[in-house]
Design a protein around this ligand. Structure first.
Ligand code: CO
Length: 132
């Protein structure tokens, strides 16, 4: 079952350039940065109520985030929906004919298990499932 929005992912060219907007101007709670090697990104995390905003900076030109910024510019990249059972969620979606980018969960930030739904199946909004 999907229980809440876990985070909103925003693609940025530079964490250093963008962190002050969220931390110093909007005064959101800054929870630090983390590198997610598998996705070739550095992530800065802000907490707003029960939801996080994650700024995603590419660490390599091959990073999916680098390609996204090249095509579309900086901005909102994906929405992450939290589920209590990601394997079951993927099974249920596939049974509905939904296309997955990740057919099985992989490691995300904070030891979460994540899987992306294909944007062709989600009305172009890149949607991540995550279980923490
Ligand atoms: Co995410």
């Amino acid at each position: 079952m999907i229980t809440q929005i876990n985070h909103i992912g925003i693609a940025v060219s530079s964490l250093d350039a963008r962190i002050p907007w969220y931390r110093d101007v909007l005064k959101l709670e800054f929870q630090g940065t983390e590198e997610v090697t598998e996705q070739q990104v550095r992530v800065a995390i802000f907490q707003v109520g029960g939801v996080k905003i994650e700024l995603l900076e590419p660490t390599s030109p091959d990073s999916p985030i680098a390609k996204f910024i090249e095509k579309k510019g900086e901005g909102m990249h994906h929405i992450a929906l939290q589920t209590d059972d990601i394997v079951q969620e993927i099974t249920d979606l596939k049974a509905e004919g939904i296309r997955m980018i990740d057919e099985s969960p992989r490691d995300g930030a904070h030891d979460a298990k994540i899987a992306f739904i294909h944007p062709k199946s989600s009305g172009k909004t890149l949607t991540e499932l995550c279980q923490i």
